[in-house]
Design a protein. Structure first.
Ligand code: GDP
Ligand code: MG
Length: 297
């Protein structure tokens, strides 16, 4: 093979190296208590990251602010390691007055940028730890109406800092028609308030298959999701992840039943690297510029 230089093997080299190092990914979940955030994270990553909590006794002192809790897990699939961190935000939207619910979340995201900038400025940058939030799943209540002021406020405050992925929680509580109508209204609200949500990027000269895939995924936003970490038996005897009802079984992994598969594609199978890249190249870079200008640099 005369004239073969060998750089076409670069993707394999990069691949081998990243596989050895493992991938770091941080996802945040936001939405009121009981919307199925913990369940969906368990379903997405097929882990028992979240164990059911005992409900607080009525007498217990309840927190009055949004808490930020982060859990990490080192998971492996076919020899590929993923260092997954999930940032949970219990308390969001749960209080009588939720005007400032977004604030601790913005602060958390920005403090992770701050920390990253500090690492970058160190003399030894060998071990650059990336704790930035790469995606934020925002859980919308399945009300069937439209976005509420708290949803709009949150997304408007956060969209320049994090990749927003809106999801309609507990989609099994609505009919297909209700979901379709609700999606239309949610998208109209998002457009009207000029909220930027994460879009799967497409490139020129991309093959038709990838373009079709990107379009398919985009057409499902906001993803109507159903979570479950239970295996149930369908009327025709298949064992599936799902939720059983007297009238039948809602299958998590069935695209006819909900958009879980498409969400997983967006977040994990197809666009995880794009989410990381956009966080670094656009969101972090803009924040950094604003910060340095603000300091009069
Ligand atoms: P979180 O407070 O947002 O973390 O919600 P959890 O994941 O703890 O779920 C709260 C309750 O809703 C639990 O009883 C779950 O079994 C249930 N749940 C979770 N996901 C779904 C879903 O997609 N559909 C329905 N109907 N219930 C769900
Ligand atoms: Mg939870």
């Amino acid at each position: 093979l005369m004239g073969f230089v060998g750089f076409s093997n670069l993707p394999n080299q990069v691949h081998r190296k990243s596989v050895r190092k493992g991938f770091q990914f941080t996802a945040m979940v936001v939405g009121e208590s009981g919307l199925g955030k913990s369940t969906l994270i368990n379903t997405l990553f097929n882990t028992g990251l979240y164990q059911p909590k005992e409900p607080l006794p009525p007498s217990a002192e309840r927190p009055k602010t949004v808490a930020i809790e982060s859990i990490s897990a080192d998971i492996e699939e076919n020899g590929v390691r993923l260092l997954l961190t999930v940032v949970d935000t219990p308390g969001f939207g749960d209080f009588v007055n939720n005007d400032e619910s977004w604030r601790p979340i913005v602060e958390d995201i920005e403090s992770r940028f701050d920390q990253y900038m500090e690492y970058e400025n160190k003399v030894n940058r060998q071990k650059l730890i990336d704790n930035r939030v790469h995606a934020c799943l925002y859980f919308i209540q399945p009300t069937g109406h439209s976005l509420r002021p708290i949803d709009i406020e949150f997304m408007s405050r956060l969209h320049t800092r994090v990749n927003l992925i809106p999801v309609i929680a507990k989609a099994d509580t609505m009919t297909d028609e209700e979901i379709a109508d609700f999606k239309t209204r949610v998208l109209a609200d998002i457009a009207c308030h000029k909220i930027h949500i994460f879009q799967a990027p497409t490139y020129e000269n991309e093959d038709e298959e990838s373009l079709a895939e990107a379009e398919e995924i985009a057409s499902k936003i906001p993803f109507a999701v159903v979570g479950s970490d239970k295996i149930v038996t369908t009327p025709d005897g298949r064992k599936v992840r799902g939720r059983a009802y007297p009238w039948g079984v809602v299958e998590v992994d069935n695209e006819e039943h909900c958009d879980f598969v498409k969400l997983r594609q967006m977040l994990i199978r197809t666009y995880m690297e794009e989410l990381r890249e956009y966080t670094n190249d656009v969101l972090y870079e803009n924040w950094r510029t604003e910060k340095l200008l603000g300091m009069g640099v």
